[in-house]
Every structure is written in C-alpha cells, then in structure tokens.
Design a binder for this molecule. Structure first.
Ligand code: PBG
Length: 338
C-alpha cells in the first residue's frame, strides 16, 4: 500500500487555470456597490484626506462619474450627503432640494439603470451629529454623555420615514436606514407604502456595530457626534447572537435586504447571518478598512491590490451577496487585468 493518500489537495492548485476552475468563491464587479459623498457647489471634486482616492463631489460631477461606473459595470451606488446647513432636526435630510434628492435625480437622468441606494440617517444633517432627535426627557432614552440630552428613539422614527419618502420621491430604488433606531424599518415601510412607493426596497443596516473603523468616514461625511458617542444605539462588538435578533426584527418589520457593518472584523456575523436568514445579504467594508490598507500601501508595507482583493474575497467567502466598498472601481479594474 502506498504511503501517500490517493487524494492530494495540492494537485488541484498546480496551475492558475486549475485553481480558477475549482474556486469556491468568485469576486465579481457586479456584486459591488460604490459609496459617493455629495456636496453642494460647482465643480467640486475634493479628495478626502484620510481616504486617498475618494472624493466629495458636487452634483455637476455626477454625469461623468456615472459614465465611469457604468463602463466598469458597477451596478449600484450608495449616497451620502453633506448638507448646506445643519440644525437640530436635520431639515435638509428630507428637503425636496436637499443634496441627496438632487443627486438621485442627476444620477437617474444620466444612468437610469444605476441602482441608487440612499443612506437614511440624520447624523450628517443634525448640528449635534447624532443619528436622531435629542430630547431632555424623552419617552425612550438612548445614549449617554451627550450634555444631559438623550436620543429619542420614537420621535426619530417619524423623521426617518420622512427622509425615506423624500428619497423615494426623488427616484431612489432602495433606502438604507443606518441609524439603528428600533422600529425604523416598520415605520419607513409603512410611510413608503402609504405614499405608493411599494416598489422601493429597504436595505436595513440590521447589524451595525459601534466601531472605531468608521473614523475616516466621519471626516468624509462631516458626521462626528459633537458630544458623546453612538454606543447607546449601535451594537456592542462583543455580541454576535444579538446581531441575529436585530436582523430577525428588521426582517419581521419588512426589510428586503440586510446589511452587516463593518465587514472585516465581523466576518463571523456575516457567516451566521448567511446561514440563518434567507435574504440578500450586503456587507459594508467601511472607511477604516480602506484607509488602513491605503496607509500601509503608501508606506510600501502592504501590496494594496493584493490585500484589497483578498479582503473583498474574504467577505464574499463569509457569505455576503454584495459588498459596499470604496475599492469598487479599482477592484473591477484589477479583476479585468487578471
Ligand atoms: C451613519 C453612517 C456611518 C457610516 C455609514 N453610515 C458612520 C457612523 O455610524 O458613525 C460609516 C461608513 C464608513 O465608515 O465607511 N450615517
């Protein structure tokens, strides 16, 4: 009897063609969603210093941006906005001429087939930088260390619903609430249906963790809380079973798609969500995941292309159907180069 086993895994790695043939996971540009930061003004293409290669764009830059994304075959964008003015209730968030509403219309005018997903949250629009309405004595109190104020969950729901409806009116295909208020998916669904936007889908940031990896985004979207933090409403990174409860609740309220965010430190959550729920699953590879590889690559400590593709592949392997990533355009180019 031979001293070697008949089956040798290494046989299937002997050449690039063979490796590709037996690959279990493939990374594909058609699964990638590209985030965009929109700003008022003319001719603005302002690079975000902590996210080299990512820009705040004015609306007039969108046609060219769409042409590029369409030519690369990227199917969807996720929009964030920088408002002209901020106030206590984030009024521009639901204004017909708000930055997102203008952006959605400009994108749809140039690229009607582009799937437009809008972030539904208040933190970029409120002067205090929190994701909802602050009250001194709210009925439901979330968050601490905010100058004696609390985030009023239930008062926020009405605003989030208004934001979602205004995005639908502008032509958004999918609204994506990222605020983590309890009950927001149901409130948004009800408001959309009441305005006959039954076809607008909800991608719920169902399991969104309070994370240090959002750091660069807060510069990009100018959305850092003025006081306190978001640990009263975003999830605690020590918990996994809780994510499954959050996702279940959002599905029960009508979420069409679910999101896990961030991705890289939460691959186990992506896997468990994939195994537990029969819903399209999106993972958000957040700003810090991008910036840390960019910074290391700028120092020649890491190979950006290799590490970024490895990172994105790991998210697919964990079970994500689609990935929100700042590397969307680069990844498509890299994959084409082979
Ligand atoms: C909140 C929101 C955040 C991100 C997306 N939506 C920031 C936060 O919750 O503090 C972070 C995305 C990233 O880091 O790339 N509207």
């Amino acid at each position: 009897m031979s001293q070697f086993p008949a089956y040798r895994p290494r046989r299937l790695r002997c050449g690039p063609g063979l490796r590709t043939l037996v690959r279990e996971t493939t990374l594909d540009g058609t699964d990638l969603i590209y985030p965009l930061f929109l700003t008022h003004g003319q001719g603005i293409r302002r690079e975000i210093s902590a996210m080299p290669g990512q820009f705040q764009l004015s609306i007039d830059q969108l046609p060219e941006e769409m042409d590029e994304l369409v030519s690369l075959g990227i199917p969807g964008v996720l929009l964030f906005g920088l408002p002209a003015t901020k106030d206590a209730v984030g009024s521009e968030d639901y204004a017909a001429e708000g930055i997102i509403q203008q952006g959605v219309r400009a994108i749809k005018a140039r690229a009607p087939e582009m799937v437009v997903i809008t972030d539904v949250c208040m933190c970029e629009y409120t002067d205090h930088g929190h994701c909802g309405i602050l009250r001194e004595q709210p009925s439901h109190c979330l968050g601490k260390g905010m100058d004696g104020l609390c985030l009023d969950n239930d008062a926020t729901l009405e605003y989030l619903a208004r934001v979602a409806v205004s995005h639908a009116e502008a032509g958004a295909d999918i609204v994506a609430p990222s605020d983590m208020m309890d009950g927001r998916v149901g409130a948004i669904r009800e408001a959309l249906d009441a305005q006959s936007y039954a076809c607008v889908a909800i991608l719920s940031y169902a399991a969104k963790y309070a994370s240090g990896f959002y750091g660069p985004f807060r510069e990009a979207a100018d959305s850092a809380p003025q006081s306190g933090d978001r640990s009263g409403y975003q999830m605690d990174s020590h918990n996994a079973r809780e994510a499954l409860r959050e996702i279940q609740l959002d599905i029960d309220e009508g979420a069409d798609m679910i999101m896990v965010k961030p991705a890289l430190s939460y691959l186990d959550i992506i896997r468990r969500a994939r195994d537990t729920f029969n819903r399209p699953l999106v993972a958000y590879s957040v700003s810090g995941e991008y910036s840390m590889i960019k910074a290391a690559a700028a120092n020649q400590w890491l190979d950006e292309r290799r590490c970024a593709l490895e990172l994105l592949t790991s998210i697919k392997r964990a079970g994500a159907d689609a990935i929100v990533t700042y590397w969307a355009k680069d990844a498509v180019r890299w994959l084409k180069e082979g």
